[in-house]
Design a protein around this ligand. Structure first.
Ligand code: HEC
Ligand code: HEC
Ligand code: HEC
Ligand code: HEC
Ligand code: HEC
Length: 300
């Protein structure tokens, strides 16, 4: 009995010692904290390196070398900054749309319905400018090239084209995967998940809005439901709430107001203060409860 006790005590002691040994080894790996001056130097160094990387890309003049540059593909594309891509692709932001189509239709005379949203400003602009440099884009989003461009396969444009091809990870003949990008902000208004709301927002909104209440969404979403939202690295959560105080078009814009799709994105369902955790609606049972890991705030 005493023997067994002693044996256990020795084992416990050895375990603690071993643990300490590992701690010391780990501590030796963690560098000591940097002084303010060292930190400044390190930041300058990484800024200089980034500028050098961009300058090196700008010097590539061989078309094939540029076109097949490894930065286009996995794994390098995951490390690319907007500035690196723009070293060769300035034109995606500087091109302007034609003031008039070849058939003679004036751009300014053919306004689409989403251009009537309160948030829409300026004359018609290109797709890339509307997501990266328009006033509203800069106010509420911080999209990177690589949010949409994940490194498409330029050689094989059809997924699953051969028996040995792995499971399809891209959409047919598309440079980006629309169901994991566009659909997030261009789905239909998901009223079927909102108890008490039936039908499209344009029919419902006057029941919720008045001169004093310019944003009907916030009648339910300021305090009651799904208040824990937008904490992702490509959206400016606080700026969205601030802008939304004056118009529901801010919210509706990304949740039905520019719906290029008939379906809606199955958003993660984050828990919120006051949520009834015991009664999860049927539709929500399959939903994740956190945003995708690569989109969490702090992940570059
Ligand atoms: C060194 C210059 C260079 C860099 C850096 C570069 N590209 Fe390119 N890219 C090219 C060239 C050249 C082409 C071919 C253009 C053509 O044929 O019209 C191309 C083609 C593309 C295409 C069209 C592909 C297709 O399938 O049609 C996309 C999209 C693209 N680049 C995105 C990016 C993104 C995103 C980045 C940053 C991660 C990037 N590029 C970085 C030079 C570059
Ligand atoms: C909101 C998503 C999104 C973002 C952000 C984005 N792109 Fe694109 N890009 C697209 C789509 C969609 C296309 C058209 C794809 C197709 O035709 O299949 C495209 C096309 C392109 C092309 C092909 C030429 C053209 O103009 O059609 C280039 C080059 C390109 N993007 C570069 C970039 C660069 C560089 C950035 C960052 C500064 C960027 N993109 C940011 C979605 C995006
Ligand atoms: C993170 C949200 C977000 C994502 C992802 C997104 N968009 Fe947008 N999109 C917006 C916003 C916001 C606007 C309005 C910008 C403005 O008013 O200046 C917009 C505007 C547009 C417009 C109107 C452009 C114009 O000139 O009026 C088109 C077309 C469009 N998006 C297509 C797409 C496509 C295709 C994708 C996927 C490749 C995509 N969007 C991904 C938020 C997004
Ligand atoms: C009458 C109250 C009410 C109004 C008004 C309302 N919502 Fe909702 N909304 C809800 C409820 C309830 C849910 C579901 C809560 C849950 O997860 O159980 C919800 C869920 C959502 C979701 C998540 C859907 C999903 O698939 O996870 C979005 C996005 C949303 N609302 C946007 C809006 C926008 C934008 C407006 C205004 C244009 C709006 N809501 C107006 C009550 C409302
Ligand atoms: C620029 C586009 C954009 C705007 C503006 C916007 N949303 Fe969203 N919303 C999104 C995206 C993208 C997600 C999914 C984010 C994620 O993956 O966590 C989302 C998620 C949500 C969710 C699900 C919350 C959760 O994680 O459980 C609700 C509810 C919602 N939005 C309501 C609103 C309301 C209300 C407003 C106005 C105050 C608004 N949205 C404005 C793009 C937008």
């Amino acid at each position: 009995m005493i023997g067994a006790f002693l044996f256990a005590a020795i084992l416990l002691y050895r375990g603690i010692e071993l643990g300490r040994g590992i701690d010391t080894a780990v501590n030796a790996l963690i560098p000591p904290p940097l002084s303010a001056e060292e930190r400044k130097k390190a930041e300058e160094k990484s800024r200089r390196e980034a500028q050098e990387a961009i300058a090196a890309l700008s010097k590539i003049t061989d078309y094939e070398a540029a076109r097949w540059h490894p930065l286009h593909f996995k794994p390098a594309i995951d490390t690319a900054s907007n500035e690196q891509c723009l070293a060769c692709h300035q034109e995606v932001l500087t091109h302007k749309v034609r003031p008039r189509s070849p058939a003679g239709v004036e751009a300014a005379q053919s306004i689409a319905w989403y251009q009537t949203l309160d948030t829409y400003t300026g004359s018609q602009d290109t797709f890339h400018a509307r997501h990266l440099t328009s006033d509203f884009a800069k106010q509420v989003m911080s999209l990177k090239c690589t949010f949409c461009h994940q490194g498409n396969d330029v050689r094989e444009e059809s997924p699953g084209a051969s028996a040995t091809a792995g499971p399809a990870t891209f959409a047919l003949r598309k440079v980006v995967n629309p169901t994991e990008t566009c659909l997030l902000c261009h789905g239909r208004f998901p009223s079927e998940y909102m108890e008490g709301l039936e039908g499209p927002w344009h029919k419902l909104r006057e029941n919720f809005e008045s001169a004093d209440v310019p944003n009907g969404c916030l009648v339910c979403h300021a305090e009651q439901f799904r208040t824990n939202r937008h904490k992702v690295n490509y959206l400016k959560a606080d700026a969205i709430e601030k802008a939304a105080k004056s118009s529901s078009d801010v919210c509706f814009g990304c949740h039905g107001g520019r719906a290029w799709y008939r379906n809606t994105y199955p958003y993660p369902r984050h828990s919120w203060p006051g949520m009834d955790a015991a009664n999860v609606p049927e539709w929500a049972k399959s939903r994740p409860t956190e945003s995708r890991p690569e989109h969490l705030v702090g992940v570059k």
